[in-house]
Design a protein around this ligand. Structure first.
Ligand code: CA
Ligand code: CA
Ligand code: CA
Length: 290
């Protein structure tokens, strides 16, 4: 069978995710962690699961973003099907990544997706206001070592001008990658996803208790006026979003942007296959008609 590049990439991504679900470490991780891997033991499982049956039904929860405004990297196939970012969230727990995900592109022209909530806007209430679900997972029971593919999160009213949350990589040597999520401040793609639309259902209140649901929560009270990435932010826009809500949620592959501390792209886990974040979905706690 002839495989094109995307199919080959998808195969390896599925392979990594499936093996990670079983807490087995293979070539898609940093080789330093591979010393005790037993990848051959899981090949029967792999053969059963290399063709995941992606669910395309709408999510049962109204809190989830349900429209894709932009997904320039989407081909509609496999992990490149942007509908997987609005079809419900199917997390795989602390030690495994969901496969119900849209994988962002790796260039600035393909490495993002813009989601919205049909006919509604997300407003600022008490505490976190929305949650982003990527598919990170903990390495070998150590919560300070997480396999992450970081996401820069921005919000907009008009789909043109955005404000973000001032993402900062704070590791003392910014040229060295850290697997510890505490150094990746204000990024998404850090907290494993526990919620699963069918297998770990939660009330809509529990959905915004991150200890129960997982995912990365953001509070519009923390919205920044920073315009480092030339995204159109201003004090006026920041305040308008804080007071009246936003319509569009933009999720950007972090390494398609430069870290202001180094002038080079934000780092990615050297063990990642392509470093591209995988978006399972997004939910909003406070929704109002537009
Ligand atoms: Ca809030
Ligand atoms: Ca990922
Ligand atoms: Ca999904």
């Amino acid at each position: 069978m002839k495989l094109n590049l995307i199919q080959i990439k998808m195969f390896f991504k599925i392979l990594c995710l499936i093996l990670f679900v079983n807490n087995v470490f293979v070539f898609c991780t940093n080789s330093n962690n591979n010393k005790n891997n037993s990848k051959f033991l899981v090949l029967p499982l792999l053969l059963q699961q290399t063709s995941p049956n992606f669910k395309t039904i709408p999510p049962l929860y109204k809190a989830f973003a349900d429209l894709v405004k932009e997904a320039p990297g989407s081909t509609g196939e496999g992990f490149k099907n942007s509908n997987l970012a609005i079809n419900g969230v199917r997390g795989n727990g602390k030690f495994g990544g969901s496969t119900d995900v849209y994988s962002l592109g790796t260039s600035s022209s393909t490495g993002y997706i813009v989601l919205e909530w049909s006919n509604r806007k997300v407003t600022n209430g008490v505490g976190i206001d929305f949650v982003v679900y990527e598919n990170p997972f903990i390495y070998q029971n150590n919560p300070n070592e997480v396999f992450m593919e970081q996401v820069i999160v921005e919000v907009s009213i008009d789909g043109v001008n955005y404000c973000g949350f001032d993402p900062i990589y704070t590791y003392p040597n910014p040229s060295v990658y850290s697997k510890n999520p505490e150094y990746w401040v204000n990024f998404a793609g850090k907290n494993p996803v526990l919620f699963h639309e069918e297998n770990n259902r939660l009330s809509e209140v529990e959905l915004f208790n991150l200890a129960k649901s997982g995912g990365d929560g953001f509070d519009l009270d923390n919205l920044s006026t920073d315009n480092t990435f030339n995204i159109g932010c201003s004090v006026t826009l920041r305040d308008e979003i804080k007071n009246n809500g936003f319509v569009y949620l933009k999720l950007v592959n972090a390494f398609t942007r430069n870290d202001p501390n180094t002038g080079n792209p934000f780092l990615k886990d050297p063990g990642s296959f392509d470093g591209a974040p995988d978006i399972d979905g997004a939910s909003a706690r406070y929704l109002q008609p537009r």
